[in-house]
Design a protein around this ligand. Sequence first.
Ligand SMILES: [Zn+2]
Length: 326
Amino acid sequence: MDYLCCPQCRSSLDLPGNGLGLSCSSCGSAFPAEGGLVDFVDVRSLEEFALWQRAVYDGLITSARIPDHKRPEAVALYLDYCVDVAGRYGPLMPGWLGVKCRQVMDTLEPRPGELLLDVGCGTGTMLAMMEAVYGTRGVGVDFSRGAVESAIACRRGESEFFTADALQLPFRDGSFDIVTALSVLEHVSDPARMISEIGRVLKPGGRMLLHTASKKNRWTWHWWQRLTSFGRYGLGVDDRVGHDQGNFFEQEGLESMVRVAGLDRVRTYAVHTMYTIMFDEAFPGLLPRLLGTRLLDTINSLLDTADAFPSRMGYGNEILATAWKG
Ligand SMILES: [Zn+2]
């Protein structure tokens, strides 16, 4: 774990040897460990927005949807299911989005044994699937202590997990071959700083994959649902816990943010437009088991073709972005 450093001053960390955590002899910061989990989040420095996001994902806001990690049996079952599907068929989450994610990840050429950081790892599904598909070694950080505890309890494979702030990562410069962050960027108070942190911890030649919510949500299945339901029943509203439409992205803005962070070969993809997301939401999960790989591939490429034009125009529920560190 020589990639760890003090998130405040980036000096080396000391292990006091009493199992109580890590400390920094340069700036005096202490990072307590409870039950084998080191917590790098400096709660005193957090703004209101960050404290709210953390409370939502720790399940402390009763009006918000209960986070997945509050149901440990469900986490373990879902993780096993995802690893099984990834290992057999290759998608990096069940459904069409996972197939698209796999196609985009293939362009980043992950190799066995490469060190992968997943920012906002939740219960660790992405790391487990990446290990199943590409044989990468994983490190996961999440802002929510509850999510990381659950990731450790349900760990599949060799990944390491820490509680940390995406805006202040506890890692040395140039530590990771690949960094992924799925559905995280729209939850942080300073997305540009998060991307610059990702750029900092990437090795030269390292690659990044981002997935985030799109502001250009028209001609999509969710847009159609909102239109036909006159905004009732919560249909088509992207109101997942901690979401705020004001924090969603457009491809151009996201691309320039990634370039400013010093990354190049930037590519963005508008995904989950009309048919692909309809398919994912109408037949979640079980489909890969019922259909063979070849039939699934055929259906996926038909959906992809049907969505090609609006997607090329930039319409989609979400955006995938990739970049390389020169
Ligand atoms: Zn320090």
